[in-house]
Write a protein that binds this ligand. Sequence first.
Ligand code: TYM
Length: 329
Amino acid sequence: MDIVVSGIRSTGKLHLGNYFGALKNFVKMQHENKCYFFIADYHSLTTHPTPENLHGSVKQVLAEYLACGLDPEVATLYVQSDIPEIPELYLLLNMNAYLGELERCTSFKDKIRNQANNVNAGLLTYPTLMAADIIIHKAHKVPVGKDQEQHLEMTRTFANRFNRLYNVEYFPEPVAYNFGEQLVKIPGLDGSGKMGKSEGNAIYLSDDPKTIRKKVMKAVTDSGPTEPNQPKPEPIQNLFTLMNVISSSDTQQYFNDKYNSCEIRYGDMKKQLAEDIVAFTEPFYTRIESILADTNYLRKVAKMGAEKARESATRTIKEVREIIGFRQF
Ligand code: TYM
């Protein structure tokens, strides 16, 4: 049985990118594998060192996981900061992680640009913390979106390096996973790039129908194709990409045909897309509210998850300490 690990930062509510990039696959995998899914609250401090309401964000994301169909009786659902063995493994991995490789990481370079006044050590070592998250359970598969591919490559580097340096075959090589398909990148509706919390272009699972309609109707388009069967410019392709994950294949075909015959009306397309997103998120939206209101249930889930996650994490840390050579007197 494969071990599966994934997580989402607690920097905000879940959006369609998080759902289609990571959560959806995780929900599909939870019954056939040993699954660990967590809320990366330590990671959130790399960009938000003094969060206004850290606990509130963690609670929101936990409620959203549950609303999406993660079953806490089946998968292990926990909060990263409840597992002290993760920072311990992070520390040990950092001893064999090199400045050059950490500085070359694309997400670090992006962050240097975006938050030039806070280039902290946590940002630099973000990939070693992420590797610790994954290999603390000796994971094989990691359902994530395309933007995490490089982090997974670094995780494999750190896991292999550990095995080589200490001359063991201890950690498996975890792979970014999407059922043998390409990893997904869900675009935003602002013309370019990916959907993201920090990009300010996200449609959240907890958005109400009115907000969703407003966001979709504002999506960037152009004046339309002038010749049949032309390639789609990026903003238009983005609309179609979103439609491809949300709408029925008939709807996709209909608008593709309209585009190819130069008859497309983007207003109609957006209206349809908005209605399809509303229909898709509606069940989540209502469930999130009721789960959020049930603090006792959330507490129970987090406690149970922490216990299960620590069982596996303490085993790994004990073995890692032995491998490196720590001994008790
Ligand atoms: P985060 O919080 O940015 O995103 C969580 C998950 O959502 C995916 N995702 C997307 N997928 C497709 N299209 C998008 N527009 C999009 N936006 C986000 C991400 O790929 C990710 O799978 N470093 C991670 C959190 C993390 C983690 C881990 C993940 C920490 N430790 C260990 C897996 C395993 C992150 O920042 O994700």
